[in-house]
Design a protein around this ligand. Sequence first.
Ligand code: 5GP
Length: 189
Amino acid sequence: MDELKKRILKDGRVLSEHVLKVDSFLNHQIDADLMDRIGNAFFDHFHDYGITKVLTIEASGIAVAFSTARCFHVPVVFARKTPSLTSVDETYCAEVFSFTKKVQFSITVNRRFLAPEDRVLLVDDFLAQGQALLGLINIVHQSGAAVAGAGIAIEKAFQNGGRLVREVGIEVYSLARIASLIDGKVLFL
Ligand code: 5GP
């Protein structure tokens, strides 16, 4: 998606060879019009996949997942990183290791919001080492629903996640694929 790539070049900040900050438009301050167009791009790609639900992880995936769900006219569900007041029996749970933050955390989704007949589109702002997506895939499998695919705004293709997720048979559609962040510069594939 050209618009997203141009925006990354204009407003993205390379923090290191591994981390790109896009907090002025994607995941802290959010450009709502850009989110709409990202949602549309995922809709254009996945519109005939029979999607019944969009699933993401709080907090940074919610904006892009929300815009996507509006295009499909289906609910958006976000996995929680902090336990809610419901009992553990009511939730699907998976462990996720964050390489960016160097912490392991649990994600949970209430069982009422995923059903075996669902076809779920996973959406996230970034794909890096793939642990967040693999956690979501685990949760969808526990529910008996099907993963229809994954829509990613920014894939850091020099990290492992894209390969790991594609290897488990999930189609990953990324709008901007970054080849490297060397010398403070963003290079796209
Ligand atoms: P993964 O589980 O694929 O390693 O990482 C996915 C999550 O980590 C994303 O949801 C995103 O919040 C965060 N993340 C990974 N790499 C970056 C990055 O370079 N910049 C930002 N802003 N977030 C990142």
